[in-house]
Every structure is written in structure tokens, then in C-alpha cells.
Design a protein around this ligand. Structure first.
Ligand code: TXA
Ligand code: MG
Length: 305
């Protein structure tokens, strides 16, 4: 069932059930992060491999300190600037967090979402929420309640509707290593924004080979069912002229060439083309700012399954 009753969602979560919640990045599939059996339901509903850890959502920086054993000064600084918002910090895990949430690892990924509905929900609860994106493992992330309902509707107790996700791409995931910020997954908090605070290193080499990748950064991810080919849209259009081609370019995502708008539209467009086209032709965005995160998703969508 879909609705806007935050108190109802809170009660279901208190009972150890699964609730889809809106965030400013994408919708999350949430459960009590302190309750191993509730968290286990997330892996089952998504078909998520058990080696892929979950993000823990908290409502403020104090709660963040509670679930991390230690929080570097740099993270406090970043938090002040970028949280609540689309950034996730990988930190040493407190024993309060069950092993299943971190896939047995000794670090925990924590995020403070900015979406007002997620904020209100977290404030009603005395536990944090483990929540990956609310899509079947490997498929495109949902940016609306309807997207969640299409695929996971039967597997969640409630879908909390908070409208379209404003950012449209999953959060930037970072880890601090020797005073350096390592970007494990690019997102709306860009390398340029982070570089003001400390040296930044990407987990991904230009050719897309993961070096210190997040466990969940499998090459193929965020992928529609129809094939996605990357390249020059005009060249590929003539190459595939006998097929029903769907195009993803900066132009088709944002006629005025705005990367923020392009990010907002990316996953909705992928889902739409997955039902209307039989091949998707995608042309990479300019490789700066949000373009880096969009290109990361496009490359993964095009990677071999
Ligand atoms: O914007 C988002 O981050 C959304 C919303 C719902 O918050 N969540 C999301 O979760 O995208 P998910 O599970 O789809 O992606 C989480 C990413 C995965 O790539 C996972 O491997 C990585 O974060 N991750 C989680 N815990 C980690 C850890 N302890 N160390 C390194 N990477 C971690
Ligand atoms: Mg995901």
C-alpha cells in the first residue's frame, strides 16, 4: 500500500517490518538497523547478495557519532557543510550495529537524509534505518513511490510517498584514508565540492576498474533489461536504424543542458525506455560536477551482466 502516513510507517518499522521511504536521492527500502532479523528482510526482498552492506540512515550528526566507533574531524567538517544531504560516510562500526547490516565488515556506511519526510520518520523512531535503494538488486533505483510499487510493492508493508526524489541519483559514498577523501561512489556531492576540504581520490580508475571499490560496486548495476550501448548518439543511431532505439543524452535529459536536471530525469528515463525501446543508446555527459556521477551510472548500465 502507498500513502503519506508517516506515523503508520513508523509503527510498522517498530514492528520490524519493511517500509519504502522517500529520500532526496532515491527511495530506500527501510528496516530497523539495530534489529538483525528486520535487516535480513531487506536482503531477501531485494535479492541482494549478503556480501553487500547497507547504508544506515540517522537524523542528525549526534546519532551519527553514536553508531560509529570514531568520527574523524574531517567528517565532522564535511557533515556541517553537506549533511543532511546526499553524502554517505563509511566509518568504523559501533558494536550496536548488527553484522548483517555491514555484511560482516567492521565499517558502517552512515547517511543523514535531507528529505523532510525521511527526517520526520527518523525523528519518530529511537533506532536508525538500514536502507538500500528500493529496487531489485542490479536494477535501476526508484525515484518515485510508483517505481517502488512496480517491483517491490508486494514485498513491503508500506510505501511512504514523498514525491519525486529531488537529486535522482544515489548518494556520494566516501571514506577517509590518511586525511584523504576517497570517493567510493560518485554522487551529487562532487569531487570539486569535496576538494575544498581535503585531497580527493576516486575509487574508480578511468577505465572503470575498481581499485578500493565498495562491495556493492559491481560492474553491472543500475541496469535496465534492454541492452544499453555507449557512444556517439548520431553514429549509433545510424548503426541501429532498424531497431527501436531510445536515446539518453544530455539533450534528451535536459534540453537546456543542465546536469542537475539531467540527474533528476536519468532513472525515470531509463525505466521508461526499458518498456518502450529495444535498445538504449547513451552518450556520456561532460565529465565534471554531476556529470561524473551520471556517467558512472551510464557505464554501469552498459556493463556486461
Ligand atoms: O542515496 C543513497 O545512498 C540511497 C538512499 C536510499 O539512501 N541508498 C543506496 O543504498 O543507494 P545502496 O545499498 O543501493 O547502495 C549503498 C552503497 C553500495 O554500493 C554499498 O556497497 C556501499 O554503499 N556501502 C555500504 N556500506 C559500506 C561499507 N561499510 N563500506 C563500503 N561501502 C559500503
Ligand atoms: Mg542500490
Amino acid at each position: 500500500m502507498t500513502g503519506t502516513d508517516i506515523a503508520h510507517a513508523a509503527r510498522l518499522l517498530q514492528q520490524g517490518k519493511l517500509v519504502a521511504m522517500p529520500t532526496e536521492t532515491v527511495y530506500g527500502l527501510a528496516a530497523n538497523a539495530l534489529h538483525a532479523r528486520a535487516a535480513a528482510k531487506i536482503f531477501e526482498a531485494k535479492g541482494r547478495p549478503s556480501f553487500n552492506p547497507l547504508i544506515v540512515h540517522v537524523h542528525n550528526a549526534n546519532a551519527l557519532t553514536r553508531y560509529a566507533l570514531q568520527v574523524p574531524k574531517l567528517v565532522h567538517q564535511l557533515c556541517e557543510k553537506f549533511s543532511p544531504g546526499p553524502i554517505t560516510y563509511v566509518l568504523p562500526k559501533s558494536p550496536l550495529i548488527p553484522d548483517i547490516v555491514t555484511a560482516g565488515g567492521d565499517s558502517v556506511a552512515i547517511r543523514i537524509p535531507a528529505h523532510p519526510v525521511a527526517q520526520q520518520l527518523l525523528q519518530m523512531l529511537d533506532f536508525p534505518l538500514a536502507a538500500p535503494s528500493a529496487n531489485p538488486s542490479g536494477y535501476v533505483s526508484p525515484v518515485s513511490a510508483a517505481h517502488v510499487a512496480e517491483q517491490l510493492g508486494a514485498k513491503v508493508s508500506y510505501i511512504l510517498d514523498g514525491g519525486l526524489s529531488a537529486v535522482g541519483l544515489e548518494s556520494t559514498v566516501i571514506r577517509i584514508e590518511n586525511e584523504t577523501i576517497r570517493i567510493l561512489r560518485p554522487g551529487a556531492i562532487t569531487r570539486e565540492m569535496l576538494a575544498v576540504y581535503a585531497p580527493v581520490e576516486d575509487a574508480l580508475k578511468p577505465e572503470g576498474k575498481a581499485v578500493h571499490a565498495s562491495p556493492g560496486q559491481l560492474a553491472s548495476h543500475y541496469a535496465p533489461r534492454v541492452p544499453v550501448v555507449l557512444g556517439d548518439a548520431a553514429v549509433l543511431a545510424s548503426q541501429y536504424k532498424d531497431r527501436k532505439v531510445g536515446f539518453i543524452t544530455l539533450q534528451t535529459l535536459s534540453p537546456r543542458g543542465d546536469l542537475t536536471e539531467a540527474a533528476q530525469n536519468l532513472f525515470s528515463r531509463m525505466r521508461e525506455l526499458d518498456t518502450t525501446a529495444d535498445i538504449i543508446v547513451a552518450q556520456l555527459m561532460p565529465d565534471h560536477g554531476l556529470g561524473v556521477a551520471i556517467n558512472d551510472r551510464l557505464r554501469r548500465a552498459a556493463a556486461e551482466k
